[in-house]
Ligand binder design. Structure first.
Ligand code: FAD
Ligand code: NAD
Length: 396
């Protein structure tokens, strides 16, 4: 039998973890493994709120993919996937090249969910890649510079739509950056407004109420104004229109109102819910035993709550670990093991030295939670790239 071709799409947490674990466990020439990614670097999606606000250099949030690979075991191709032809077992790249596979791993991450809200796609920024966060950071600086020339208050009004974890972490960073920007551009800090607008009756809906209150107190003190129970209805070049009719003028709207699976999955004809495929216990797409989905594109149900697990890096990494073992089992004719998530908790940053977290049933606040967040971030570096990646990118 010829060497099985394993094609991994996307070098995010799920895809990259599958690749690095495969290369660790696989012998040379056991399988022909090819990892394809849009960029020749992996970025740490979970850190992107920091470079978006300008509190961290974007380069600190990425690493060259080939730095993490033994290319004699896992080859890498820089390329953008445009189509998955599942019935032909082929993948089409933007370059026109077609790649054939015996086993396909889809780890293409997510896209912003805009719920059809008018104007969001056209006028709002989103935190989703190195390129997108560079653009947000540059735009914010430009607004400060422009304010000095034009004195229009909307240039200093920043709207963050959605107070889930991404929104909360971003306003935490932004409120840390504002004093620096005010100093740099000679702007009176009292003129800067940061609004975090949330449709649900509370920020971080579903999270522990005590921790939510703590987060709101910390962030309010740092200058964030929350508007809860107030869905954004429209985004325009001038700002946002809320469901109650209020208009807020702003030159910067960052949409953090949720995510859906990469649209390539839906376009390939897989059945999806918010762009995610309800995978079987081995992370396979129904009806396609050779197609595996990891990360934000995979939907798995939490049996305890009967609701989908939220898409997280924590789960994507664990799926990559499980899938690497299962692919190897397939190649060697062994038994696959079902994927069982082990949710260790959730810790969210509120900016420098502040965070909230729920680890097991233990609530963490303030500097303890912030320390835990750094430990988690450094741990994920270790899991993906060992000590050498930790040494290059460690968060102190
Ligand atoms: P990603 O890590 O997003 O990677 C997708 C990869 O696919 C990327 O490399 C991308 O370049 C590539 N790609 C996309 N389209 C194409 C294409 N057409 N062709 C080729 N390549 C393509 N989760 C946590 O568990 N803990 C946290 O603290 C946390 N913090 C977060 C903070 C922020 C600001 C954000 C935005 C998310 C956070 N999350 C967190 C969620 C977490 O980042 C995602 O769930 C996780 O990144 C999903 O992993 P993934 O492998 O599915 O996709
Ligand atoms: P989310 O879906 O978790 O939150 C989006 C928020 O936007 C929700 O609170 C929702 O009610 C609100 N919203 C939706 N429509 C709106 C509207 N029209 N107007 C105003 N608000 C609206 O999305 P996210 O925060 O981007 O997170 C995506 C995933 O990444 C989640 O699974 C999350 O758990 C994970 N994440 C985890 C961390 C962490 O663990 N520290 C950090 C960031 C993201």
């Amino acid at each position: 039998m010829s060497t099985p071709k394993i094609l991994i799409l996307g070098a995010g947490y799920g895809g990259l973890m599958t690749a690095v674990r495969l290369q660790k466990q696989m012998n040379y020439n056991e399988a022909d493994v090819l990892l394809v990614n849009k960029h020749d670097y992996h970025y740490f999606t979970t850190w992107l709120h920091e470079p978006a606000a300008g509190t961290k250099d974007p380069d600190q949030c990425r690493i060259g993919i080939e730095d993490l690979l033994d290319t004699r075991k896992v080859r890498f191709k820089k390329g953008t996937v445009t189509e998955i032809k599942k019935d032909e077992k082929k993948v089409l790249l933007e370059s026109g090249e077609e790649l054939a596979y015996d086993y396909l791993v889809i780890g293409l991450g997510s896209e912003p969910e805009t719920f059809g809200i008018q104007g969001l796609k056209e006028h709002a920024f989103s935190i989703r890649s190195i390129n997108s966060v560079r653009q947000i950071r540059e735009h914010i600086e430009y607004c400060f510079a422009k304010y000095k020339m034009e004195k229009r208050p909307e240039l200093l009004t920043f709207i963050v739509g959605g107070a889930g974890f991404t929104g909360i972490e971003f306003v935490g960073e932004l409120s840390d950056r504002v004093p620096e920007l005010c100093k740099e551009f000679d702007v009176d800090p009292s003129l800067v407004k940061i609004y975090n607008i949330e449709a649900a009756p509370t920020v971080l809906p579903g999270f522990d109420p005590e921790l939510v209150n703590y987060a709101m107190e910390v962030l309010s003190r740092k200058g964030v104004t929350f508007k809860i129970n107030t869905p954004i209805k429209e985004c325009t070049p001038e700002g946002v229109v809320l469901a109650d009719g209020e208009e807020i003028k702003s030159s910067t709207v960052v949409w953090t109102g949720g995510v859906r699976g990469n649209s390539i999955i839906e376009k390939a004809g897989f059945e999806t819910m918010r762009g995610r495929v309800k995978v079987d216990p081995y992370l396979r797409a129904p009806g396609h035993d050779e197609v595996f989905i990891v990360g934000d594109g995979a939907l798995i149900i939490n049996e305890e709550t009967n609701r989908p697990y939220p898409p997280t890096a924590q789960i994507a990494i664990q799926q990559g670990e499980n899938l690497a073992q299962n692919l190897l089992a397939l190649v060697r004719g062994g038994q696959m093991k079902p994927f069982v998530p082990h949710i260790k908790g959730t810790v969210a940053s509120l900016g420098k030295g502040e965070a909230i977290g729920l680890v097991g049933d233990k609530k963490l606040y303030g500097s303890t939670a912030a320390l835990m967040k750094k430990i988690i971030d450094n741990r994920s570096l270790y899991i993906l790239g060992g000590l050498s990646l930790v040494l290059k990118k460690v968060k102190l």
